[in-house]
Design a binder for this molecule. Structure first.
Ligand code: ATP
Ligand code: MG
Length: 249
């Protein structure tokens, strides 16, 4: 579970709030999509939630553990796939996963089991012993996902995870996210790909200018407003409805 309460963040020297009193709860067992225009504050929020960035106001709790009071305890519960690869490129894929497993204290047997499972799912099994610097963009993304999941975190957070993945890999990642949520864990991710969000999310939040502007239950949206697509909702709420109308003409 992720509990965000009154989170505000201003980057030094900007004089502008990148996040403004953000409140959000993401439950166990759900996939939660985080939407918003470029510069809305999605990556900033994710970096605050994962403890990478400090913030001036508010609180973040991961599985009930406060990021401010017990940062190590909170971070232990998170698996994070950033929007840009921050891997040790001189290591092989397997060495990198081993390194992360050592940090989180994952047993030899469990890491081997999970590495084998996820590498097979992602079609990366026969490339694990190659150096990461020789990997393609998509292969680096897959290693980042495996490294985020190898310690079986309570909360799985991904920033723009579908970027650069081929259709089959994107399908495998979506299935991995669904299975992970179905096992009772929390999955939270940002995306601009509304078709993906519409398909796999239980709930979505839309932010703009650092402020939360809507949270919606996808099932309810489908049942009560079958005439309204997520794209229409997004464009209306973020002031882009004119662009939508132009496209439709
Ligand atoms: N390191 C930084 N220093 C100063 N301002 C920053 C920094 N990183 C982000 N910002 C500002 O914070 C705001 C939110 O940026 P953020 O990267 O969180 O947006 P985003 O929703 O992730 O956008 P995108 O969809 O383009 O990834 C923007 O106004 C951006 O210019
Ligand atoms: Mg971003």
């Amino acid at each position: 579970m992720i509990e965000i309460n009154g989170l505000s963040k201003t980057y030094k020297g900007t004089g502008r709030k990148a996040l403004d009193s953000l409140c959000l709860t993401v439950n166990d067992g759900e996939i939660f999509g985080f939407l918003g225009p470029n510069g809305a504050g999605k990556s900033t929020a994710i970096k605050c939630i994962t403890g990478i960035l400090s913030f001036e106001e508010g609180s973040v709790k991961i599985g009930g553990v406060s990021m401010s009071d017990d940062p190590v305890g909170a971070k232990k519960r998170i698996g994070y796939v950033p929007d840009e690869h921050l891997l040790y490129e001189g290591l092989t894929g397997r060495q990198y996963i081993d390194f992360i497993s050592d940090i989180y204290g994952v047993s030899r047997a469990r890491r081997a089991e999970l590495t084998d499972k996820y590498a097979s799912d992602f079609g990366l099994k026969d490339r694990l012993d190659e150096t990461i610097s020789d990997y393609s963009h998509g292969m680096k993304q897959k290693i980042a996902v495996i490294a985020a999941l190898v310690h079986e975190p309570e909360v799985f957070i991904l920033d723009e995870p579908m970027l650069g993945l081929d259709p089959k890999s994107a399908y495998v990642l979506k299935k991995t996210m669904r299975d992970y949520a179905d096992s009772g864990k929390t999955v939270f991710f940002s995306s601009h790909i509304l078709e993906v969000v519409e398909k796999i999310c239980d709930r979505v939040a839309i932010i703009d200018g650092g402020k939360l502007i809507a949270v919606c239950d996808m099932q309810e949206l489908k049942e009560k407003r079958s005439d309204l697509s997520l794209e229409q909702l997004f464009l209306t709420l973020t002031g882009g409805e004119d662009a939508f109308k132009t496209e439709e003409v």
